[in-house]
Design a protein around this ligand. Structure first.
Ligand code: ASP
Length: 587
């Protein structure tokens, strides 16, 4: 037997027992003639002591130990004289009688403690060492718990977990596919699934009624910060449902996760807001509603005062930044520069300050105190507040207002990671027009159904009509991050065909790419809908972290590489030949 207990287990009431532990040497401290060893395993850290009275052999072995050596240690549990209240085993130590060296270790390239001195690159290269650290262990434990609780809850309400294939034909979800050559089918390729979208719909056609899967998805996208080429979804689909059925089912799931993973009871119904309102009040389709600071449209209050910037603008929007009237000129100038950055894209910033000595603005030349007060009333500003105003064309200025709102939320410390504000956003546009390629793209994916009341427009030959069609689609948003998205699907083969037509697929191309699903819909497809949650990000948010990488055991870096494996990599000529491949780059 390697051990009688784990390194996280022993307490004062074990004092006097003879125990054997096994683990890694985290740290050794020598004091006088004594050696103190912090022994670590997955469960915790226990202090071991080799004191002056120990045998020569034991002292000699302790002398040899270095960081990350693997040992088995036997001794008697004793109460510590100086206790460590930071760790659960901090009241005791083990007075050693024996150390058995199980394996030596090279000196690790960074310190394996909660706070490490290792940079990102080196930690990624030695991921197995980084994973020994407490914060990563905690992250993976949280992920495990999230997965278990999800399974438990969904199983409890009749969902069946079905695995779907990884080698498939491309499903268009807006990103590029990763492809896999096929030795047995020269010149042909599989695609890795961007999501199991079509399979879950086929499972509905097959009558499975409630499906879920915790599943790996692959998207060959240009990697923005904190995106992974492979990631995990909680993927779900249900038959004979309308939007509210889906939202209620998964609101239940999410609440169960909050309760069972974080111990948070969420009794209120999550707010639901339309896409149009989300844009109007928050300048974002994924509003962070941990704080107010709603955007107000004030164009109607600004006209006719000869201020050309506002007069010529399609849209004028304002937010009230509570308590910020005390901002100095320099601070406001700095925010003005900030909104002009290309990422925000505003041309300039107008402010109104509601200070003790009256209401003042950067446009006093054009607006009287009464005019400014009217604006203050509309945005709900009171004495001590600062109003920030942007103007321009509607879509871009709304976006910029949204970005500014988040920035001010950050500056005011209103976005606390331990405060959770979930909501649903619904009724997204079905399509987006792309000027460059002169065609429509599905905003969600091509299987999302138009709202029934918009069917006439959907079949219209007029582009403007089609652009206005609303989708029966919804997102789950948590703290300003989109965590889940789904829709009620098309289940009629005619409507599905029309969708491909609107997206500019010729009927042959549609048949070649999607014949299987159009056909399936001819065999009694039930009305159905579903949703998928980005599991990695969900875990990160539950852990109060911004980055998903810590919640994935072996993630890729920002360039999509696994630096530990050094992948992707070239394959040898024989393997290339076998796959009927020729590369146009030489490496
Ligand atoms: N397959 C979709 C996605 O990956 C989710 C869904 O519509 O259920 O975003």
């Amino acid at each position: 037997m390697y051990r009688t207990h784990t390194c996280g287990e022993l307490r004062l009431n074990n004092a006097g027992q003879k125990v054997t532990l096994a683990g890694w040497v985290q740290k050794i401290r020598k004091m006088g003639g004594m050696s103190f060893i912090d022994l670590r395993d997955r469960y915790g850290i226990t202090q071991l002591v080799v004191d002056e009275s120990a045998s020569h052999d034991l002292n000699a072995t302790a002398e040899k130990l270095g960081r990350e050596y693997v040992i088995q240690a036997t001794g008697v549990v004793a109460e510590r004289t100086s206790k460590n209240s930071k760790i659960p085993t901090g009241d005791i130590e083990i007075k050693l009688s024996e150390i058995n060296l199980l394996n030596a270790s090279q000196t690790p390239p960074f310190t394996i403690e909660d706070e490490t001195d290792g940079g990102e690159e080196i930690r990624a290269k030695y991921r197995y060492l980084d994973l020994r650290r407490g914060p990563l262990k905690k992250a993976l434990e949280l992920r495990h718990k999230m997965a278990q609780e999800t399974r438990k809850y969904l199983d409890g309400i009749g969902f069946i977990e079905v695995e779907t294939p990884v080698l498939i034909k491309s499903t268009p979800e807006g990103a590029r596919d990763f492809v896999v050559p096929s030795r047995m089918n020269p010149g042909e390729f599989y695609a890795l699934p961007q999501s199991p979208q079509t399979f879950k719909q086929l499972l509905m056609v097959a009558g499975y009624d409630k499906y879920f899967q915790i599943v790996r998805c692959f998207r060959d996208e240009d990697l923005r910060a904190d995106r992974q080429p492979e990631f995990t979804q909680i993927d779900c689909e249900m038959s004979f449902v309308e939007r509210e059925d889906v939202l209620n089912t998964f609101e239940g799931t999410i609440k169960a996760l909050f309760k069972n993973v974080l111990g948070l009871e969420m009794n209120e119904q999550f707010p639901r807001i339309s896409y149009a309102d989300a844009m109007k009040y928050y300048g974002s389709d994924k509003p962070d509603i941990r704080f107010g600071m709603k955007i107000a449209e004030i164009k109607h209050l600004t006209g006719g005062k000869d201020f050309a910037v506002f007069d010529s603008a399609e849209y004028v929007g304002a937010i009230c930044v509570e308590g910020a009237a005390s901002y100095t000129r320099k601070q406001i100038d700095e925010i003005t520069e900030w909104v002009k950055r290309p990422q925000v894209g505003a041309k300039g910033l107008v402010y109104i300050r509601l200070a003790e000595d009256g209401i003042k603005s950067s446009v006093d030349k054009f607006y009287s105190p009464e005019d400014l007060t009217a604006i203050a009333n509309v945005v709900g500003a009171k004495n001590g507040d600062l109003i920030l105003i942007l103007a321009g064309d509607k879509k871009r200025t709304q976006d910029a207002m949204g970005t500014l709102r988040i920035e001010m939320g950050n500056r005011l410390g209103l976005r606390k990671s331990d405060h959770y504000a979930p909501l649903w956003v619904y009724d997204f546009p079905l399509l987006e027009w792309d000027e460059e390629t002169q065609r429509f793209y599905a905003m969600h994916h091509p299987f999302t159904s138009p709202k029934p009341e918009d069917m006439d427009k959907f079949y219209s030959s007029n582009k403007e009509d089609i652009a206005q069609v609303c989708a029966n689609a919804y997102d789950f948003v948590l703290n300003g991050t989109e965590i889940g998205g789904g829709s009620i699907r098309i289940h009629d083969s005619g409507v599905q065909k029309r969708m491909f037509e609107v997206l500019g697929f010729g009927s042959e191309e549609a048949e070649y790419k999607f014949g299987f699903i159009i056909n399936a819909f001819k065999f009694g497809a039930p009305p159905h809908g579903g949703i998928a949650f980005g599991f990695d990000r969900f875990c990160a948010l539950f852990g109060g972290q911004e980055t998903i990488r810590d919640y994935i055991a072996f993630p890729k870096n920002n360039a999509g590489r696994d630096v530990m494996l050094d992948a992707p990599s070239v394959i040898d000529a024989a393997q290339m030949d076998e796959l009927f491949l020729k590369s146009t780059v030489s490496k």
